[in-house]
Design a binder for this molecule. Structure first.
Ligand code: NAP
Length: 281
């Protein structure tokens, strides 16, 4: 079984991005910039944003975090986004989710100009991805996709089963694999026989949020299994896949932690550089 090392893959991607930024610097005499807006003081969001800022600076991006208290007015945030949309030194804008209840998430997502939407959540980017056009791609599925391609460069004709249909993970993941000519099945909480679906799969991507849902007898030999789940349990953080059981049958499997997670941030940096490059065209 191949243990898919997300930390190593993310470090390699960051190294490539570092080289790319130094070439951009030579060519344009400036570096791409990422601005993150953080609202409130929720501990997980603070940690994510700190990690994003650290990684951005390490690869040589210009990085800025704008912080607002949890009770900030929605209009103040929307006005700031408008200002950042017009700022040439900002290549990518990210508003850390979740947002306080009084702020309309969709309004905030749609306020970000699609060309700076590094999360790929703007309806224009969602539409472009599903139409097969160039777009920002949500960071976690993009990271999963890059890991799968490392194991199996030619995905044409493979049967992929995605567990979960969220806008954040399942749906964009399905689009990426469809573009690679996989036959894609998207499953969800109303799927009748999830085990039977999984047993058909050459590739399984589990993005559910249920600890160790995918069992060893759900997976056939030679399947690539990508575990997106991050679940806090009494035994620590576990994924949506029962690692001990599935590692005995799968061809390749991502661990949790150390699999998909590290790729998510590296892909955010990639998206920022890609936004910059598209803006120069
Ligand atoms: P989400 O929005 O809650 O979506 C979960 C999906 O799973 C839904 O489509 C739901 O179906 C489906 N589901 C629920 N129970 C199911 C069941 N018994 N069988 C089959 N499908 C079922 O979750 P998300 O935001 O996509 O996140 C999923 C997991 O990934 C979470 O553990 C999250 O923490 C983790 N995550 C990790 C990263 C990372 O960087 N590694 C990034 C983001 C999220 P319905 O649509 O029918 O409700």
């Amino acid at each position: 079984m191949i243990l898919i090392d997300g930390k190593k893959a993310a470090a390699e991607l960051r190294e490539e991005l570092k080289q790319e930024i130094s070439q951009i610097k030579k060519k344009y005499n400036k570096v791409p910039g990422l601005t993150v807006i953080l609202i409130g003081d929720m501990a997980p969001s603070q940690i994510y944003v700190r990690n994003k800022e650290k990684s951005a600076t390490e690869v040589g991006l210009k990085s800025e975090v704008i912080k607002y208290p949890g009770n900030v007015e929605e209009k103040i945030v929307l006005d700031k986004i408008k200002e950042l949309n017009k700022d040439d030194s900002v290549s990518g804008i990210l508003v850390q989710l979740p947002l306080p209840n009084h702020i309309d998430k969709q309004k905030v997502i749609e306020a970000i100009i699609p060309s700076k939407d590094v999360d790929g959540f703007h309806p224009m980017n969602v539409g472009n991805l599903s139409s097969g056009y160039e777009s920002s791609i949500p960071c976690t599925p993009l990271g999963c996709y890059l890991l799968i391609k490392k194991i199996e460069p030619n995905l044409s004709g493979k049967k992929a089963v995605i567990i979960g249909r969220s806008n954040l993970n399942g749906k964009p993941m399905a689009q990426l694999l469809l573009k690679e000519n996989c036959t894609v099945t998207i499953t969800h909480s109303k799927t009748k026989d999830l085990r039977a679906e999984c047993l058909e799969a050459d590739i399984i991507v589990a993005a559910v949020g249920i600890p160790e849902l995918v069992r060893g007898d759900w997976v056939k030999k030679n399947t690539i299994v990508i575990d997106v789940g991050i679940n806090k349990t009494d035994k620590g953080i576990v994924g949506d896949v029962n690692f001990d059981e599935v590692s005995k049958v799968a061809k390749a499997l991502t661990p949790v932690p150390g699999g998909v997670g590290p790729m998510t941030i590296a892909c955010l940096l990639k998206n920022t550089i890609d936004c910059f490059k598209r803006s120069q065209k």
